[in-house]
Design a protein around this ligand. Structure first.
Ligand code: GRF
Length: 210
């Protein structure tokens, strides 16, 4: 049975989860200056206080929250706290933009079909933490980024969109990572806007944003 998620007529409410620099978050913040973007960030969460994107969020006037796994008795308690705080912002969509933690069953069941992640490789190749380095080591000529609906696996959920970039002969991990990130940011902004305007449908492993 396909899962159809309709647009919110008053604009798609988005919570963004981060762990790092927040360049994807910055791109989403910039995009919402445009009236036809259709989505607005209602809060930014992180798993560590050192995530530089938190300051970016505060500068943009966005509410922020941090839940560190080490502050909880176990991972399930962390997952529950993260779920409850995220849910308190009533998001239509939760975007993992460089959030370096796998969420648990509480989170996944609270936001079915509404939790997406951007990964810096062309899945199903090179899942995990080192996508660009693994792609370079393998010797592929095309790399890229994948936006997908998160499921209980690691980088294994239904794919919303992919973008490819060339691998150059003189690439280092840094240069390839940066080329992927530029394409990844543009893809994320475009797809979140499409989701806001049209809603989305998940039919097995296939996702449609129209
Ligand atoms: C992205 O490239 C994402 O694919 C990876 O981490 C990066 C996050 O970058 N998992 P930023 O924090 O949005 O700059």
């Amino acid at each position: 049975m396909p899962r159809r998620i309709l647009p919110n007529p008053s604009g798609l409410r988005v919570v963004v989860l981060i762990s790092g620099a927040g360049s994807n978050l910055a791109a989403l913040v910039a995009a919402q200056q445009s009236a036809d973007h259709g989505a607005r960030i209602v809060a930014v969460g992180a798993d560590r206080h050192s995530a530089a994107g938190l300051q970016l969020a505060r500068n943009a006037g966005l509410p922020t929250f941090v839940h560190r796994i080490s502050d909880y008795s176990d991972r399930e308690a962390w997952d529950l706290a993260l779920t409850q705080e995220t849910a308190s912002h009533r998001p239509d969509l939760v975007v993992s933009a460089g959030f370096l933690k796998l969420v648990g069953a509480h989170f996944l069941s609270r936001f079915p079909g509404r939790y997406i992640n951007t990964h810096n490789a062309l899945l199903p190749s090179f899942p995990g933490m080192h996508g660009p380095a693994d792609a370079l080591a393998y010797g592929v000529k095309i790399a890229g980024a994948t936006l997908f609906v998160v499921d209980a696996g690691v980088d294994s959920g239904p794919i919303l969109a992919q973008v490819a970039v060339p691998v150059h002969d003189d690439d280092t991990e840094d240069s390839l990572t940066e080329r992927i990130k530029q394409a990844e940011r543009a893809q994320l902004v475009e797809q979140v806007s499409r989701m806001a305007r049209h809603g989305w449908t998940i039919h097995g492993r296939r996702v449609f944003t129209r």
